[in-house]
Design a protein around this ligand. Sequence first.
Ligand code: SF4
Ligand SMILES: [Zn+2]
Ligand SMILES: [Zn+2]
Length: 355
Amino acid sequence: MRVSALLKQLKIAPETVLVIQDGTLVPDDVLLGDETELEIRPVISGGSGDANQPASKCRVCQAPSVIKLRRHNAHFCGKHFLRLCRSQVVQAVKDYDMLKPDDKVLIAVSGGKDSLALWDILLSLGYQVDGLYIGLGINDYSNTSRSFAEDFAASRQQHLEIVDLHEDYGFDVPSAAKATHRPPCSACGLSKRHIFDEVALKQGYDVLATGHNLDDEASVLLGNVLRWQNEYLARQHPVLPAREGFPKKVKPLVRLSERETAAYCVLTGIDYMVEECPMAAGNRHLAYKEMLNLAEERSPGTKHDFYHAFLRSVEPIFSAEFQGQKESLGKCQVCSAPSPNELCAFCRLRERVKN
Ligand code: SF4
Ligand SMILES: [Zn+2]
Ligand SMILES: [Zn+2]
């Protein structure tokens, strides 16, 4: 039986998983022996395969392929797939003027596939990149994800800054969710944004990079379009320039899907946190991802076209509409972060959890 037939039998869409044997990818046209042991690793993406396709070869060098990318309508061997990933990052950096060669970059690292793949790619491209990990206090999930981030940094002899919400600020994500009666992602997102900005500015980094990938950005875009949230649409650019109190922020993975970043990690031997955050259930962007995956299954390339055509043709209209409308902000009396009120949203959250 071929891998594709096995996945069909298990009712698994091939592009939602990576099939791995002994630490390497197994393409979907490979014939399996009776005793073959495989790991079928979910990567939350979309698509379906063809059970009867012939044996495939790399589009570039004709060697046996390890992965098929339906949106490129091509197969790739490991070497040329990794080259493709790096070139997609180079292209995004160039298209959107994300980084200069001597920029001091801080990358927000979660221990998951996207941030570790991005860190590795930026290092391989010669950038100077330090990591920042934030301990969110989400029980085992936080402990394990931290160790993946630390192991990566140690293996590449890179600096990883650790901030722990509980130790450094006296609360964690579960207690904040309880105190505010809001979904955990809301307090978590607010805290992460605040700490990323604070560390990047205080420690003199030129740019803050995050591992948001094509699936993340396309699903956020879909959510913003469904509700016509014009102000959010105006800010959905992969680069936010620096302004008073905020560092420059970039998303160099916007040309790579999450299946591709997962495959990048497998092929380069990067161990990452496979499990999703237990607090993610109910996050509405997961539903938007599922919707886009259905569209992608019918028409490969939909996500890419949806997001990148938006950036090319539509986003400039929205950003022009809101140009110059940024309110001038005062400073938080506790932490000096930009804020329209006496206390910034993060310090208000801390107060609320304390009381
Ligand atoms: S899923 Fe929500 S709570 Fe979990 S890390 Fe992401 S934003 Fe935070
Ligand atoms: Zn090749
Ligand atoms: Zn504050």
